[in-house]
Design a protein around this ligand. Structure first.
Ligand code: DP6
Length: 336
């Protein structure tokens, strides 16, 4: 039996950066996010023949140590004796700052749990449990098991739905592909280095909740200028704390800076374009559907040839039994 799960990445409007000491991968800051409909990770999982777990992402077998705590947690929480073989494909550049670990571990948690449920006759796991399993893989993945707008409170083992995708159908995210290569330093290693060596880390942890409270209010009111300004503060302060680490962590490329400046020019011209960045050089721009063309034109003008992906508040993941002998399932088409 093979199970397929399709999940979209979770883009943080307000960033998780840093872990609580003590627990297994518990976030030190609250985050507020959006599931990016239009970008997708598709994962097929089947029982492994031997007693090791194998994960292939975009054609490359991945380091099993990165996945070991996740699979151990799956076996423990679901009382399973299975080992798993997984193959995963991204519809967007993976490992380069488009949150592929969020959709990757969300899809993996959903598919492995369903396989255990079917083959070992376990009760259907709750969404809370699925979010907790995904979190052990990657904390941002706790959010990606849900659709729409989500939150992961500081110290929480699981994410919560905040508002459904229908709350803001005109909301768009333009994800500009600044570089395609996998990033040299993972979010995990970088946030750990920030915690250990940046004198600004504690200030970041103290400041973040205050910003998130305001951002939740702006999101509820569908107030893009207010939400956008708060999203800019969140990513800028996250990056400032990382830049002050020893050695300094600088993810930005010249094109990233050009795009940040292009957003400022767009806003000066009355077009709502509010950028955010994660642990990579990519720039994601928050805007409304009515301004999409102007935003795409403004960004392209800033850096010449530019490839962009456009996403909107997306649905929750999909999980289904994949018939034997069928080809790898194609991604869902982006919503019209
Ligand atoms: C900058 O969830 O990839 O994208 O929990 O160590 O796997 P681990 O980290 P990860 O970090 C995401 C960091 C971020 C912000 C966010 O998504 O909230």
């Amino acid at each position: 039996m093979r199970v397929c799960a399709r999940a979209s990445p979770s883009l943080a409007l307000m960033k998780y950066w840093g872990k609580r000491e003590g627990g297994i991968n518990l976030p030190a800051t609250p985050s507020l996010a959006l599931t990016l409909g239009g970008l997708e990770t598709t994962t097929l999982v089947e029982p492994a023949q031997g007693d090791s777990d194998i994960v292939v992402v975009d054609g490359i077998e991945r380091d099993s140590a990165r996945y070991a705590p996740f699979f151990a947690e799956v076996r423990k929480r679901l009382r399973s004796r299975l080992h798993f073989q997984a193959e995963s494909r991204n519809s967007f550049p993976g490992g380069s700052g488009f949150a592929s670990s969020s959709s990757g571990f969300a899809a993996l948690a959903l598919a492995t749990a369903r396989l255990v449920q079917e083959l070992e006759e376990r009760a259907e796991p709750s969404l809370d449990l699925l979010s907790e399993l995904a979190r052990v893989g990657s904390a941002s993945a706790a959010r990606a098991v849900l659709g729409g707008f989500t939150q992961l409170p500081a110290g929480s083992p699981r994410a919560e739905a905040f508002l459904p995708a229908e709350h803001w159908p005109e909301f768009r995210v333009v994800a500009a592909i600044v570089a395609r290569g996998e990033k040299p330093l993972s979010s995990r290693a970088a946030m750990e280095a920030t915690r250990e060596t940046s004198p600004y880390y504690n200030e970041w942890i103290i400041d973040a909740p205050r910003l998130v409270t305001k951002a939740k209010d702006a999101l509820e009111s569908r107030d893009l200028p207010r939400l956008g300004a708060l999203a800019r503060l969140s990513y800028s302060r996250m990056h400032a704390s990382a830049l002050a680490a020893d050695p300094p962590l600088l993810y930005w490329l010249p094109e990233s800076v050009a795009l940040i400046r292009a957003c400022a020019s767009l806003r000066a011209a009355g077009i709502g374009a509010w950028e955010t960045m994660d642990a990579g050089p990519q720039v994601k721009v928050l805007c409304l559907a009515g301004d999409l063309e102007a935003v795409l034109a403004g960004l392209s003008a800033a850096v010449g040839k530019l490839e962009c992906l456009v996403a909107r508040p997306g649905p929750a993941p999909e999980v289904f039994i994949h018939e034997e002998g069928l080809a790898f399932p194609s991604h869902r088409l982006p919503p019209a």
